[in-house]
Design a protein around this ligand. Structure first.
Ligand code: MCN
Ligand code: CUM
Length: 800
């Protein structure tokens, strides 16, 4: 085609391709109340399961008497740990190579632990029958934090494990100890900080549940369940329960949010499966809100200490980090790396720091297990929080402006690939540019003047910055696996004869909008209108194999597979086009939506015409049909970058703080759907604000969970939520077929430090270095009046 001729390519935005803020197709049913969630699954003859949970946090079980429960009319089955044990199912392996009780046999180890379950004709009968079960507990001393767990006379929580003589569940280290020691020996200034990242909970709108349906006649087990990773569950059921894999079907229907809560495998799933096998009836289990909050995968609960070696001129020479993480009663972290503390050592990846050393110690406590999973990419939340609080403290100790201090230590744009101080390889970014966009947007200098002016009148204004790069998209298969299953993903695209298509992937959307965005990738690659492509996920009988959706890995991995599958389809369509155009394949050119003859651009065929030909007019020797699948094993993680800037005003009398402005600059590479990306960022920022201001789960001295309902566990509503000003920078991912990086967790990971740094900035000069999250008004007030740090997880202080 000559340059003067108008292109006949389709307008990509008009067909809903990449870059289009296409409305979410799934919202058609969600907004109408027509979603199909786990509780909507109703099968003929279905029974209902209810779990009896421990009221105490640590106790030996003397006896369990279920006779009264069996006597309740309508009860079909009562299960105890003893009965599970006869089938070798009283304990199950966790994703972190520990064991977890399905139903307690010897002891209960946290409040809310599963002790027995009842299967009955309706859920109310099941609940009543649970109350008729009599359990005799012999209470034991309770441990609710690492300080208590590590005390010399602490009772051993995991006395079920051979060779376990303390409450340490792991010790782990990474980095260069000697090199780091040398850096500290050479430092002009050493800056220190210690803090607690409190336990929090994803609390999705829909709680967890399952409907298990075992058919004795066919031998087929179908489980509808709230899982973010259906294929992993199928593998686990096949490998652990030793059921034949081809007769297991896991279906994850619409999920009312996941946020990591639906990654772990919970005892309730296992029990509903066994109950269905035993009763030969479908069995439904649905958690109530309190069960969800007290027993399922939490996030964080990490004590962080560290120090930074600094040169007087502001250069960071090295970092030391130590963490004590509280894993609850079972080490059930849902994360796919061999690193014991997830990707915590992704800290400081965006800064050019020669050396670092991290030590991590995990402990058992009498709290719910299943950590890590809350919009976190595996403890990156804690890593970035520590990093950005440390950076702010160091800048203050040096008397250097916090923005300038970051800028001077950033990895430069021309310094990629870059080896981070803990050994990751980052591949792209424009860190200084992102920061500058943010500073300009918030008018940094202007705010500093305003702040100084306000201070004259006793008003406390503050500005906080948080910059972070997040390792997203596990794996590559060399470095990441879950119980030995390598991390990669796949997609399968089938184009029908009329040019309409179905796309399936091994990911599982929970609200992120895959039904919308995957179709946009296909539209981008093939020129089929996105509206002509239906996307399906979550049914292991139909979806190709995949490792599920978490760690914002869907776009980096499954999304890449979608592009690759579409490219295979396009390659085949090119052969069909050559046949239809009666030229050789080499003479065929592609533009969005059509192939044409290079020497005669007017002569062309649309992708839809090729699709019809695949079923009606294929050349000799070419396989009929137009479909392809692709497995994608990413060469590296993707490394999006975010810069979040927050301004606040703190009331010096009450400690109440108001958010004035929030500016977010995100670089997630090429954006498939800008509107969805912005939605992800706003949701992420809201969770960041929640964690910094109000949201935490804590425990009293007896191990009672405080945060078991939405009166105690606070979620921000639209009323509390501040407004957000969003900006973008685009640095395409160099190894991803469409240049995209993950975004789903960035703002939750990077956001909290911006809010906390802002409040700390407002408190500057008041003798306070750190107030631990959440920054409840009384804690801020205490810091202001005592001129001292406020730390730990109230009401049990760990800092004294
Ligand atoms: N996207 C895009 N362009 C990019 C990157 C992403 O248009 N460059 C789009 C994606 O196509 C997808 C969405 O943004 O529609 C999020 O993509 P991605 O970053 O790949 O994250 P995942 O789809 O893997 O989602 C997982 C991530 C995680 S781990 C948690 S936790 C979390 C989050 O998503 N849970 C959520 N966001 C959530 N949003 C909702 N509504 N519900 C949840 O449970
Ligand atoms: Cu860490 S929560 Mo998300 O990865 O499902």
């Amino acid at each position: 085609m000559t340059l003067t001729e108008p292109s006949r390519a389709l307008d990509e935005i008009k067909i809903g391709g990449m870059g289009a803020s296409r409305k979410r197709v799934e919202d058609n049913r969600f907004i109408r109340g027509k979603g199909h969630y786990i509780d909507d699954v109703v099968l003929p003859g279905m029974l209902h399961m209810e779990i009896l949970r421990s009221p105490v946090a640590h106790a030996r079980i003397r006896s369990i008497d279920t006779s009264a429960a069996w006597d309740v009319p309508g009860v079909r089955l009562v299960l105890t740990g003893e009965m599970m044990a006869t089938r070798n199912l009283a304990w199950m392996p966790t994703l972190s190579y520990d064991t977890q009780a399905v139903l307690a046999t010897d002891k209960v180890r946290f409040q809310g632990q599963e002790v027995a379950c009842v299967i009955a004709d309706d859920p109310y009968i099941a609940k009543d029958a649970c109350e008729a079960i009599v359990v005799e507990y012999e209470q034991l001393p309770v441990i609710v934090n690492p300080t208590q767990a590590l005390a010399a006379d602490a009772p051993i929580i995991r006395d079920d494990k051979q060779g376990q003589h303390d409450n340490v569940c792991f010790n782990w280290e990474v980095g260069d100890k000697d090199g780091t020691d040398r850096a500290f020996a050479e430092a002009d200034v050493v800056s220190r900080i210690r803090m607690h990242y409190p336990r929090s909970h994803p609390s999705p709108l829909e709680t967890c549940g399952s409907v298990a349906d075992f058919d004795r006649a066919t031998g087929k087990l179908t489980v509808y369940m709230t899982t973010q990773a259906p294929h992993i569950v199928r593998a686990a059921v096949a490998l652990i329960a030793e059921l034949p894999e081809h007769l297991i079907r896991i279906v994850s229907p619409d999920l009312g949010g996941g946020f990591g809560n639906k990654v772990p495998v919970y005892p309730g799933y296992v029990m509903s499966i066994l109950a269905s096998i035993l009763t030969e009836r479908p069995v439904k289990w649905i958690e109530d809100r309190t069960s969800n909050l007290i027993s399922t995968g939490f996030g964080r609960d990490v004590y962080l200490t560290g120090e930074m070696a600094l040169r007087q001129d502001g250069k960071i020479l090295g970092v030391r980090m130590h963490t004590d993480s509280d894993h609850g009663a079972f080490f059930g972290d849902a994360q796919p790396s061999k690193f014991k503390i997830g990707l915590l050592h992704s800290a400081f990846s965006c800064y050019d720091i020669p050396t670092a050393h991290l030590t991590a110690r995990g402990v058992y406590t009498n709290k719910a297990p299943g950590g890590v999973a809350y919009r976190c990419s595996f403890r990156v939340t804690e890593a970035m929080f520590f990093q950005e609080r440390m950076v702010q403290a160091a800048a203050e100790d040096l008397g250097i402006d916090q923005a300038e201090f970051r800028r001077m230590n950033f990895v430069r744009d021309d310094d990629f690939p870059h080896r981070t101080p803990f050994g990751f390889l980052t591949d792209s970014g424009q860190y200084a540019k992102c920061l500058q966009v943010g500073l300009d947007a918030i008018d940094y200098e202007g705010f500093r003047r305003e702040q100084a002016e306000a201070a004259k009148n006793g008003r406390l204004l503050g500005i906080g910055i948080s910059c972070m790069t997040e390792p997203l998209g596990a794996g590559n298969s060399r470095e990441y696996d879950i119980l030995g299953i390598k991390m990669f993903d796949s997609a399968e695209l089938r184009v029908h004869m009329t040019g309409k298509a179905i796309l399936r992937t091994g990911a599982k959307t929970q609200g992120q909008g895959h039904e919308t965005t995957w179709a946009q990738i296909v539209a981008h690659e093939l020129g089929l209108p996105a509206d002509d492509i239906v996307v399906e996920e979550g049914d292991t009988d139909t979806a190709p194999f995949g490792m599920g959706t978490y760690a914002s890995r869907s776009t980096p991995v499954a999304g890449a597979a979608v592009a690759m599958a579409a490219r295979k389809v396009r390659a085949k369509a090119r052969k069909l086009a050559a046949h239809l155009l009666e030229v050789s394949e080499e003479d065929v050119e592609w533009e969005l939506g059509r192939f044409y003859v290079r020497s005669a651009p007017d002569r062309g065929v649309t992708i839809q015409e090729c699709a019809m030909a695949a079923y009606s007019n294929m050349p000799d020797g070419l396989e009929p049909g137009l479909e392809a699948n692709a497995y994608y094993d990413p060469p590296n993680l993707t490394w999006p970058f975010g810069c979040y800037i927050v301004t606040v005003e703190v009331d010096p009398v009450t400690g109440v703080w108001d958010v004035l402005r929030v500016v977010a600059v995100d670089d997630c590479g090429v954006r498939i759907n800008p509107m969805i990306v912005e939605g992800q960022i706003m949701g992420g920022l809201t969770e960041a604000y929640a964690m910094s201001s109000m949201q935490f789960i804590t425990f009293d001295a007896e191990g009672n969970c405080i945060g078991s309902n939405f009166m105690d566990y606070l979620l921000p509503t639209a009323w509390e939520t501040p407004g957000y000003e969003l900006h973008e920078v685009v640095t395409p991912c160099p190894h991803h077929p469409i240049g995209a990086k993950g975004i789903g967790e960035c703002a939750t990971v990077g956001g909290p430090a911006a809010f906390v740094n802002a409040v700390m900035d407002a408190l500057k000069g008041h003798g306070v270095r750190n107030v631990d999250m959440p920054l409840l008004p009384d804690r801020v007030h205490e810091a202001l009046t005592t001129r001292a740090d406020v730390s730990g997880a109230p009401p049990i202080r760990t800092d004294s």
